[in-house]
Write a protein that binds this ligand. Structure first.
Ligand SMILES: Cc1cc2nc3c(=O)[nH]c(=O)nc-3n(C[C@H](O)[C@H](O)[C@H](O)COP(=O)(O)O)c2cc1C
Length: 165
């Protein structure tokens, strides 16, 4: 059994979760940024990770999933600056489930990831009033993902892997 953990991460939060998942995987495994993955041939299980940006999963990630999901065992992980329980989280994870309809979708892990200060400043100065509103509203989530979330990500990795063995 061969597993790939692949991710996009701008400020390191999603990468931290990717590494926690990768560390927990048994058997043959690889970890790569999405930009370094050409196709998913030869992988029995694929974890795909992304941050939320501008109220969406970035296009490069959704394109990657829709182009590669067919026939694959796939799980998704995501970090976002909004606090846990925030309404929009369901629509973000739901959109990923829709994209993986041609494959075997196994589950999602999501947690808060600190909004880096330079990003907060950039969003505060955005031309988009929605982004300015978001930057003013959201607490930075200092230190997230913390050890408790990293531990949950490890458990998620084990649960997902158990589904394909
Ligand atoms: C340009 C930009 C836009 C963002 N927009 C959102 C957003 O709409 N909602 C949200 O919850 N977080 C938003 N964030 C915060 C990130 O999703 C969060 O900090 C995430 O953990 C970053 O992951 P990374 O460190 O792997 O890049 C945004 C971050 C950036 C850089």
């Amino acid at each position: 059994m061969k597993t790939l953990v692949t991710y996009f991460s701008q400020t390191g939060n999603t990468k931290k979760i990717a590494e926690a998942i990768y560390g927990e995987i048994a058997g043959e495994k690889e970890i790569k940024e999405i930009k370094d993955v050409n196709n998913l041939e030869g992988y029995d299980l694929v974890f795909v990770g992304s941050p939320v940006m501008e109220f969406n999963i970035p296009k490069k990630v959704t394109n990657f999933i829709s182009e590669n999901a067919a026939g694959k065992n796939m799980a998704f992980f995501m970090t976002h600056a909004v606090p846990e329980g925030f309404e929009a989280i369901h629509s973000w994870t739901g959109s990923i489930e829709d994209l993986t309809a041609s494959g075997n979708f196994l589950g999602t892990f999501e947690c808060q990831g600190e909004l880096a200060q330079p990003v907060k400043e950039m969003l505060e100065n955005s031309e988009d009033p929605e982004m300015r509103g978001f930057a003013a509203m959201v607490a930075p989530g200092k230190g997230q993902p913390d050890e408790a979330h990293v531990q949950k990500a490890r458990e998620f990795a084990k649960e997902i892997q158990a589904k394909v063995q």
